[in-house]
Every structure is written in structure tokens, then in C-alpha cells.
Design a protein around this ligand. Structure first.
Ligand code: AMP
Length: 199
């Protein structure tokens, strides 16, 4: 069982959209506050728009530590959040993704677009290969992730993935269930790469 000891870091993937239902921003804000109160550092993409900004503001308002990792071109466009505990400017999107994940003991995905989906699927793939071992928790607000979860089930049912790959992620519906999901996530070991290829 993973332990949620203070001082751990959660990498949160979420939407930059300002146009989605404000409920998603509220969920991000609540999650930031909950993580901060539990002593977790929030690691995210460093943006200030949409759920990204709401997440950071929720954590900062609760006295939390928030680390943003942003690519230079976004910082040049002034997309970065200026009030974070730390904002690291990196060369490109690839480096940003790598930095975010390597700083994290757990991954949390809120609803989002291609950026969020890409980051989430990469984290799942790296975990499948034994290169990331932490819990991955999807917050399935209003069933947003139902189609993705159906697609992942189709991948398992079609033997593109092993049955055991269903243990790569956990699903909750509310941010207040995230820490429990992290604590109770199945152990994942580098040896699990032995079944990375479904046979
Ligand atoms: P999306 O879910 O498609 O809005 O993408 C969110 C992810 O894409 C973030 O985690 C970032 O990696 C990146 N991203 C897209 N737009 C922005 C933005 N305006 N500011 C910061 N990051 C962004």
C-alpha cells in the first residue's frame, strides 16, 4: 500500500480551458485545497488558465506548495502563473512532461482536452512498462472519463493489454476521494513489465 506521508508530491493533469462548465474549475480548486491541507506538494503545468489556475489557487489559498513546470514558449506568451511557490521554465513540452512525472509520487487526472489526455495516457504507458510506479487516479467528474474508461476496457477485452493492466489506474468521482484512492492503490513493481506485452 502506498503511504500518503506529508511531503509527497502529486502531479496533476487538468484542463487549460476557460470555456468548460465552471464545475470543473471548482473541482480543481477543491482538489488543490485538499492536497495542500494533507501536506502534499502540487506539481502541474504551471499555467494560470482554466482548471490549471484553479488548482494552483486552491492549493495556495490553503497554504500549500505548488510547483509549476512550463515550457519557455508558454512563459514567453505569459501563460504562466506568477504566484507559485516555484515556477520552472523548461525548453519544451517533452521536458515539461518528464519533469512533472519524475517529481511526483502519484498522478491525478482531472477532466481535460488533448493535453491532459496525452499526459495521462503517457503516465499509464510508463507505468505499464515499469518506468513510473505511483498511483494514477482519475477524477471522473460527471462521467467525463466514461468514454476513455470504455476504450481502455476495450483494449483489455481485445487483448491489446493484459487483464492486470486494469490495476494501472483508479477512478473516483469526487476530489475528496483522491487521497484514499492513492493510499489503497495496488502496489506496482518494475517486475510488472514482465506482462507489459499481453500474451
Ligand atoms: P488541455 O487539457 O488540452 O487543456 O491541456 C492541458 C495541458 O496542456 C496542460 O497540462 C499543459 O501541458 C498544456 N497546456 C495547454 N494549454 C495551456 C495553457 N494555456 N497554459 C499552460 N499549459 C497549457
Amino acid at each position: 500500500m502506498a503511504l500518503t506521508t506529508p511531503g509527497q508530491s502529486a502531479c496533476v493533469y487538468c484542463a487549460s480551458s476557460q470555456a468548460c462548465d465552471a464545475l470543473y474549475h471548482d473541482v480543481a480548486h477543491r482538489l488543490g485545497g485538499l492536497l495542500a491541507k494533507a501536506g502534499w506538494t502540487v506539481v502541474y503545468g504551471g499555467g494560470r488558465s482554466g482548471s490549471m489556475g484553479a488548482l494552483a489557487e486552491g492549493a495556495l489559498a490553503a497554504g500549500g506548495r505548488v510547483v509549476g513546470i512550463i515550457p519557455r514558449f508558454m512563459q514567453d506568451l505569459e501563460w504562466g502563473h506568477e504566484e507559485l511557490s516555484e515556477l520552472h521554465v523548461v525548453e519544451d513540452m517533452r521536458t515539461r512532461k518528464h519533469e512533472m512525472l519524475t517529481r511526483a509520487s502519484a498522478v491525478i487526472a482531472l477532466a481535460g482536452g488533448t493535453g491532459t489526455l496525452e499526459e495521462l495516457l503517457e503516465a499509464m504507458t510508463l507505468k505499464r512498462l515499469g518506468l513510473f510506479l505511483g498511483p494514477i487516479v482519475l477524477v471522473n467528474t460527471q462521467g467525463y472519463y466514461d468514454p476513455l474508461l470504455a476504450q481502455l476496457s476495450a483494449a483489455i477485452d481485445g487483448r491489446f493489454m493484459d487483464d492486470r493492466h486494469g490495476g494501472l489506474w483508479s477512478v473516483v468521482t469526487e476530489p475528496d476521494a483522491v487521497l484514499h484512492a492513492i493510499e489503497t492503490a495496488p502496489e506496482w513493481s518494475p517486475a510488472n513489465r514482465n506482462f507489459a506485452v499481453a500474451r
